[in-house]
Design a protein around this ligand. Structure first.
Ligand code: PMP
Length: 359
């Protein structure tokens, strides 16, 4: 058996060391005689895993006591609805910045719960850039400002935050733990696990404690952030195996030197790939260079009749899942934390050879 370089946008590659550790612990977790999948979520063993995952994440992101770390179910898409259902209670509107497909989906769901004020959009630029954050027309009475700082499909990323007194709610699904962030600048951060955290099935939700007071008792309990916080994310059975894997990924990240260390690797990986693409007439990236994502690198071939062949030959070369999202086509290399520099080198070598053969 040989593992390939996996460029899937999510569920994405996991660190091999993590998979091996999970494999070694599969039949008998730390002498429990059962796997994590088979133990009660209320057992001391699982409670220790949950506590460890929370503690490691808090260390990695330097999360203060003013925040609650929740493990939520249903995917990031559920939070598109769950967030306005909790945080817009008692407010007339919520502000949303529209920078791509995932912001748009969040807006569509939020509209079912609250008046959505789209305060900026790059739709007319085909989502290839980010609106000027200093000119957003923010209503100070709104419930919050929602942003998606890394658009997984468009490959657009921004790290500056707008100046505002509104709580900033950020969908960090495809960028969490890939770069340093100042958690204290956010009201709520959420991220589906299946890119930089672990397997699908759990969403990281970091919420400023004062915002918990907004959740109404009329909400379904499993949706209620205040109830989730009061019950340590265990109103019902949590996705125990996904949380366990997340803990192993956090441990791996600590061993790599933490977020700052992985960020410098991520910068070098993305730079190498963009430099190669920019130097070529055969490949191109459509995103404003100021806002190119370090995690998701879309690129197109000058001759799109070669797309299918590119996919076929790249798969044969051990480079998996390079096709762009079905809504945009072209190619996309998702290069999260678990993608080593060797994978980028292999991809560039392949792209160069493909251009030679077919360019
Ligand atoms: N937000 C972003 C930025 C994403 O990339 C994705 C998934 N690719 C989602 C939300 C939706 O995540 P899920 O499939 O877990 O609902």
């Amino acid at each position: 058996m040989s593992r390939v370089y996996n460029f899937c946008s999510g569920p994405a590659a996991l660190p091999e060391a993590v998979l091996k550790k999970a494999q070694a612990e599969m039949l008998d977790w730390h002498g429990a005689g059962v796997s994590v999948m088979e133990m009660s979520h209320r057992s001391a063993e699982f409670m220790s895993i949950l506590a460890s995952a929370k503690a490691r994440l808090s260390r990695l992101l330097n999360i203060s006591d003013e925040y609650e770390v929740l493990f939520v179910q249903g995917g990031a898409s559920t939070l598109f609805a769950q967030i306005p259902a909790n945080l817009a209670n008692g407010f007339d509107s919520a502000c949303y910045l529209d920078t791509g497909a995932w912001s748009s989906k969040a807006i569509k769901e939020a509209k079912k719960y609250v008046n959505v004020d789209v305060v900026g959009s790059s739709q007319e630029q085909n989502y290839s850039t980010v609106p000027d954050l200093s000119t957003l027309n923010l209503d100070s009475e709104a419930a919050y400002l929602h942003i998606c700082p890394n658009e997984t499909i468009g490959g657009v990323e921004f790290s500056e935050l707008p100046e505002t007194s509104l709580p900033i709610v950020a969908d960090l699904s495809s960028t969490i733990l890939s770069r340093k962030i100042d958690v204290s600048k956010y009201g709520l951060i959420y991220a589906g696990a299946q890119k930089n955290v672990g397997p699908a099935g759990v969403v990281i939700c970091i919420i400023r404690k004062d915002l918990l007071a907004r959740s109404s008792d009329d909400l379904p309990s499993v949706w209620n952030f205040a109830h989730l916080a009061a019950n340590d994310s265990m109103i019902n059975t949590p996705p125990t195996f996904a949380i366990y894997l997340a803990d192993l990924v956090f441990e791996w990240l600590e061993e790599q030197g933490g977020v700052e260390a992985i960020e410098s690797v991520n910068i070098r990986k993305a730079q190498a790939l963009y430099d190669f693409i920019d130097a070529s007439d055969f490949y191109s990236n459509p995103v404003d260079p100021a806002f190119r994502s370090r995690m998701n690198v879309p690129f197109i071939l000058a001759d799109d009749s070669l797309d299918a062949l590119f996919i076929e030959e790249s798969e044969a070369a051990g480079l998996r899942t390079l096709a762009g999202h079905r809504s945009v086509g072209g190619m996309r290399a998702s290069i999260y934390n678990a993608m080593p520099m060797e994978g980028i080198v292999a991809l560039i070598d392949f792209m160069r050879a493909f251009e030679k053969r077919h360019g």
